[in-house]
Design a protein around this ligand. Structure first.
Ligand code: MN
Length: 200
């Protein structure tokens, strides 16, 4: 009897949801070209190579991330985190409203307190990682993860993220991660995306 065939998974680099210059002047097109076109692409390519060498039983990127460890986890989680990050940003930016704003005010005290907590999480993440707005145990919370780690792998619902690896800000802000975070939070967060994620 033939063993069931395992189909080798292959992922494409998802396109940016906007043009490379759409986030300027907060994030330059040079940053987006490198960050999406080189860094993000490399994670997707490496994940695909690892999946070819060692096929896994999974039908989506989320499943690969949840079931992988080691190198495959690092590259698959980075592939997922980056796509989630691009969608967490928007050329228009803005502020949360409606039910989401009410949740933020209930769980953080105010929108300004959220901004403070989110910036602090990103600034205090030692080395590379990610700042997140998540819903956990029925509450909106801010958290940080190191390197490729992602709340999604731990069953936590992600609403928004900002990449705080140096490659995310070094061209535009040099070593000033705090200025990068303040500008992105104030001018480029995609609150419509956060709302969608909360409703999912
Ligand atoms: Mn990155």
């Amino acid at each position: 009897m033939a063993l069931p065939q395992r189909k080798t998974l292959h992922f494409e680099l998802p396109p940016l949801p906007y043009g490379e210059d759409a986030l300027a002047p907060i994030l330059s097109s040079e940053t987006l070209q490198l960050h999406h076109g080189k860094h993000h692409r490399k994670y997707v390519d490496t994940m695909n190579q690892l999946l070819e060498q060692n096929p896994v039983n999974a039908s989506s990127l989320e499943e690969v991330v949840r079931n992988a460890s080691g190198k495959l986890f690092n590259n698959a989680a980075q592939a997922w985190n980056h796509d989630f990050f691009w969608h967490s940003l928007s050329p228009k930016g803005g502020r949360p409203s409606g039910a989401l704003l009410a949740r933020i005010e209930r769980n953080f005290g105010s929108y300004d307190r959220f901004v403070e907590a989110f910036a602090k999480a990103g600034n205090e993440q030692f080395g590379s990682g990610w700042a997140w707005l998540v819903e956990k145990d029925g509450k909106l919370q801010v958290m940080a993860t190191a390197n490729a780690d992602t709340p999604m792998a731990h069953g936590v619902r992600c609403l928004l993220t900002v990449d705080v690896w140096e490659h995310a800000y070094y061209i535009d802000y040099r070593n000033q991660r705090d200025r990068f975070l303040a500008a992105v939070i104030e001018k480029r967060l995609n609150w419509a995306f956060a709302e969608q994620n909360l409703g999912r």
